[in-house]
Design a protein around this ligand. Structure first.
Ligand SMILES: Nc1ncnc2c1ncn2[C@@H]1O[C@H](COP(=O)(O)OP(=O)(O)OP(=O)(O)O)[C@@H](O)[C@H]1O
Ligand code: SF4
Ligand SMILES: [Mg+2]
Length: 325
């Protein structure tokens, strides 16, 4: 049994409604609503789901970047939600994130050299020749050293994504959280980034949480996949099993939408309900083509449907091997 590098237990993250798109109302948005998930050392876990289902919030919570309402996040046994100061800084070096919007994540006033160098300085890793180290990192992500003097706006989207990756790799992390690393890139550039991520993962024995709308990329890169809907994980398992024999109607809908060329997971029929007032019972029931009476009043629990494969749907009850413990 491979040891878990990250263990998320019953995680809840909510935002006050006086911020973001809900600024006009009162209350809370439950962006992550009771998520439990393990990421094993050296494993790639894909995280998929429609826009707004809570992927980035979960990704940020792993690094202690958002306030957690309930639950724990253990990184190599240490609870990220309770650490602060020097112990948190030491842990931060071991886990890095590349943000969904690399343009926003890179400081527009810093050259590539300065931006990557800053990561080395923060973690006191620069040594006497940080330029040489920056050069090595650029080469590692397939960029020419000549780009070191450029500013982010002088780079293509794919180059910016690679610079973000170089910056994250600078501190030699164990866990990389990749939040939509393919977003906004041309298909051919996406393929290069997927290959690069795959090479880096093997070469440095990295652990990834790979957030993506692109199910093909997830199938290529991930060992396991978690399907998220309205803040909850509704299906989890080996990527081959989940994509070839999905047990949750939502996973089936995602897959059907992604089979159309040019479509992504945003095209499941019907609007996702508001996370401010999620529907009673199964949160997917207003859109579910397979819903039964019980779905409107009773929330399903996670059911084991195969080896390491679980789904939260009433239709799976009495399935392969009963409930997940
Ligand atoms: N800072 C914030 N303040 C208030 N609400 C927020 C904030 N950030 C996210 N949300 C809300 O929390 C929910 C989850 O957002 P999140 O960004 O985690 O989704 P996502 O799955 O990453 O979406 P996308 O695929 O569009 O990136 C959404 O309803 C979003 O509007
Ligand atoms: S529990 Fe019911 S509504 Fe929810 S996914 Fe299963 S069948 Fe559909
Ligand atoms: Mg996001």
């Amino acid at each position: 049994m491979i040891e878990a590098l990250v263990r998320i237990e019953g995680l809840v993250v909510q935002y006050p409604l006086d911020s973001g798109v809900f600024a006009h109302s009162r209350g809370w948005v439950r962006a992550v609503d009771g998520v439990s998930l393990e990421i094993r050392r050296g494993e790639v876990v894909g995280l998929v789901g429609e826009s707004g289902c809570g992927k980035s919030t979960l990704a940020r919570a792993l690094l202690g970047l958002v306030q957690v309402e309930a639950g724990r996040i253990l990184f190599d046994g240490q609870d990220v939600t309770r650490l602060a100061g020097a112990p948190m800084r030491a842990l931060r070096r071991r886990m890095q994130i590349t943000f969904q919007d690399p343009e926003g994540a890179l400081d527009p006033r810093m050259t590539v050299d300065e931006g990557i160098g800053e990561a080395l300085v923060i973690h006191r890793l620069g040594g006497s020749d940080s330029s040489q180290r920056v050069g090595e990192l650029l080469e590692r992500v397939g960029l020419s050293v000549e780009l070191a003097d450029r500013f982010p706006h002088e780079l293509s989207g794919g180059q910016r994504q690679r610079v973000g990756l170089a910056r994250a790799l600078a501190v030699e992390p164990e866990l990389l959280v990749l939040d939509e690393p393919l977003g906004g890139l041309d298909v051919s550039v996406q393929a290069h980034i997927v290959n690069l991520l795959s090479e880096l993962q093997e070469r440095f024995r990295l652990t990834y949480l790979f957030v993506s709308h692109d199910l093909r990329a997830v199938a290529h890169l991930a060992d396991r996949v978690a399907v998220m809907y309205l803040g909850r994980i509704v299906e989890l398992g080996p990527v081959g099993a989940v994509f070839e024999l999905p047990h949750h109607p939502y996973t089936r809908a995602l897959l059907a939408a992604s089979l159309n060329p040019g479509c992504d997971v945003g095209l499941v029929e019907g609007e996702p309900p508001s996370p401010v007032s999620p529907p009673p019972g199964c949160p997917f029931h207003p859109r579910c083509p397979e819903s039964i009476d019980r779905c409107c009043v009773q929330a399903p629990t996670s059911i084991r449907v195969g080896e390491g494969h679980e789904a939260s749907c009433h239709l799976c009850e009495g399935g392969v091997a009963g409930r997940v413990a």
